[in-house]
Write a protein that binds this ligand. Structure first.
Ligand code: VGL
Ligand code: ZN
Length: 198
């Protein structure tokens, strides 16, 4: 049983959004076309309160894309994005959300960011996705979505650590690519046994 995990295909990560990933909107139609090939489709949604600790605005004098030390380690500070209840937090209007069996929201704890669909960035608070996949008998996940080097990569690495067969379909992703983060993500994923397509 193989699931398709569609990561953060949201308005704010597409051109015109508050944390736009170049070409983010280009993957939406291809991702829709993939959905029928899987035993299950799961969507994730980045979902932050306004006072979220990953927003540069919530750190006095901090610039977006700088890095600070939080309780659980280094954290990139982002422009405010995917704020609960705003249009930017919604799915891209063309994403075929009707095909999804489950929607996982993540990042709603103001103190901890959550790139991965499985665990918050403290690496301990679980979202419940691991149990869901296990209970439904999924042993493999293919990952697509935004952004390749953050939420897709962290989700894929956690999937591999949990013993799932994890594969990233790279042409169905786009990267933020902050200081070489795309290449670093590819290396880190491969080190953990994630199958990353060229
Ligand atoms: C993401 C940065 C901050 C992502 C989410 O979806 O990759 N990146 N929040
Ligand atoms: Zn976020």
């Amino acid at each position: 049983m193989r699931a398709l995990l569609v990561v953060d295909c949201q308005v704010d990560f597409c051109p015109g959004g508050r944390l736009a990933v170049a070409g983010g909107d280009e993957i939406i139609a291809p991702v829709n076309a993939l959905m029928g090939d899987y035993d299950g489709v799961i969507l994730t949604q980045d979902w932050h309160p306004e006072n979220h600790s990953s927003f540069a605005d919530n750190h006095e004098g901090a610039a977006p894309f700088s890095v600070v030390q939080l309780d659980y380690g280094p954290q990139v500070l982002w422009p405010a994005h995917c704020v609960i209840g705003t249009a930017g937090a919604g799915f891209h209007p063309e994403l075929d959300t009707d095909r999804a069996d489950l929607v996982i929201r993540k990042g709603f704890n103001p103190r901890i960011d959550s790139y991965s669909a499985f665990f918050d960035n403290d690496q301990t608070t679980a979202t419940g996705l691991a149990g869901y996949l296990k209970d439904r008998g999924f042993t493999a996940v293919d990952l697509v979505g935004l952004a390749y080097d953050f939420c897709v990569a962290w989700s894929a690495m956690d999937a591999a650590k949990l013993g799932l067969e994890a594969r990233v379909l790279r042409q169905y992703t786009r990267a933020i690519d902050l200081d070489g983060s795309a290449d670093a993500a590819t290396r880190a994923m491969r080190d953990l046994g994630v199958d990353v397509e060229e």
